[in-house]
Design a protein around this ligand. Structure first.
Ligand SMILES: [Zn+2]
Ligand SMILES: [Zn+2]
Length: 285
C-alpha cells in the first residue's frame, strides 16, 4: 500500500456542529448511519455477518471517532471491505487518509472525481458570496485543496456495481461535483444520495444546528453546475426511492420522501438554484 498519501494543504478541523453530532441511527439491521458534526457517514452491512463497507468518511480529524464507532458495531479488529466515496469534498473525505492507513482498505470513487483525490486538481473555491445563510458565508474557510490517496483510490467499476455491496449500484449524479455518485438498492428502494440533494437547508447555520428536516437542493457553496444538479435530482426522483439518507440532515422516508422530492424537482429553479452566486449560469468551471 502506498504510504505517501496525504490530505490537502488546507486540511484543518472545522468548528461546525449540529444537534445530531455523535449520534448513530440503525435505519435497518444492515444500514447504520452516524453523524460527524454536520455530515453523515453510513456503515452498510450486517454486524452479525461481520462484513461491511463504509460510505463517506466525515469531517477532518474524525478518524478516531469513526474507528471507535466501527469497532463498537462490528467488533475490534474487524475492518470494512472498502470505503466508497459519494464525492471528494472535505466533509466527505475528512478522515479518509487516516482510515486508509489504519485499515489498509481500498477506496472507490467515480472516475471524474479522481483528480480531486489524487492531488491533481483543487475543487473550485467555495462560493461564500452565494445567496444563502451563515454556513454559505463561512464556507470561505472550507478546505478545497485535493487530497492524495495515491494507489489506494480506485475507480468504481463501469458496470455500476459497488465493491463490497453486492445488492447495490452506483448512479452518476453530477452537478454538486463532477464525479458525484448516489448509491441505490433496488430491492427495498434504499437511496444513499450523498449531496445530490440533502434533507436540511445546508446553507443556513441555524437550520444546520437544529437539523430542521426538509428535502433541499445540494449545498450551494460547492455546487458548480446547477443544470446537471437538477437533472441528477430528476434521475433520483424517477427511481421512486422509499427512503433516503443524504450527506447532510436526517433520513427521510415514505410520504415525506416522495412529497419532498416531488416538490424539489418542481421548484428546483426557484428553491435550489441560488438567485446569485459565482457558479450560477455557468456550466463548467
Ligand atoms: Zn459536497
Ligand atoms: Zn457535504
Amino acid at each position: 500500500m502506498d504510504k505517501d498519501i496525504s490530505y490537502g494543504d488546507d486540511y484543518k478541523y472545522i468548528p461546525a456542529t449540529s444537534v445530531n453530532s455523535g449520534a448513530g441511527l440503525e435505519i435497518l439491521p444492515n444500514i447504520y448511519c452516524y453523524t460527524i458534526q454536520i455530515v453523515n457517514i453510513c456503515f452498510v452491512g450486517n454486524p452479525e455477518a461481520q462484513d461491511f463497507v463504509l460510505v463517506d468518511t466525515g469531517m477532518p480529524k474524525s478518524s478516531d471517532e469513526i474507528i471507535a464507532v466501527a469497532e463498537e458495531r462490528f467488533g475490534k479488529g474487524n475492518f470494512p471491505k472498502a470505503i466508497i466515496l459519494t464525492h471528494g469534498h472535505f466533509d466527505h473525505v475528512g478522515a479518509v487518509v487516516d482510515l486508509v492507513k489504519h485499515w489498509e482498505v481500498p477506496v472507490y470513487a467515480h472516475r471524474l472525481e479522481l483528480p480531486f483525490l489524487t492531488g491533481k486538481k483543487s475543487y473550485p473555491e467555495p462560493d461564500s458570496g452565494v445567496e444563502g445563510g451563515l454556513v454559505a458565508k463561512a464556507s470561505a474557510i472550507f478546505p478545497n485543496d485535493p487530497i492524495n490517496l495515491g494507489s489506494s483510490i480506485l475507480e468504481l467499476p463501469a458496470d455500476g456495481s459497488i465493491p463490497g455491496m453486492p445488492d447495490w449500484r452506483w448512479i452518476h449524479t453530477p452537478g454538486h461535483s463532477p464525479g458525484h455518485i448516489s448509491l441505490y438498492r433496488d430491492e427495498d428502494h434504499f437511496l444513499i444520495a450523498g449531496d445530490a440533494f440533502v434533507t436540511v437547508k445546508q446553507d443556513s447555520l441555524y437550520k444546520v444546528m437544529i437539523q430542521d428536516r426538509e428535502v433541499h437542493g445540494p449545498p450551494r457553496y460547492f455546487t458548480t453546475d446547477w443544470e446537471a444538479a437538477k437533472k441528477s435530482v430528476q434521475i433520483l426522483k424517477a427511481l421512486n426511492p422509499a427512503i433516503a439518507v443524504t450527506g447532510h440532515g436526517e433520513p427521510v422516508h415514505k410520504e415525506e420522501m416522495s412529497a419532498g422530492l416531488e416538490k424539489l424537482v418542481n421548484t428546483f429553479d426557484q428553491t435550489a438554484v441560488p438567485d446569485y452566486g459565482q457558479y450560477v449560469n455557468r456550466k463548467e468551471y
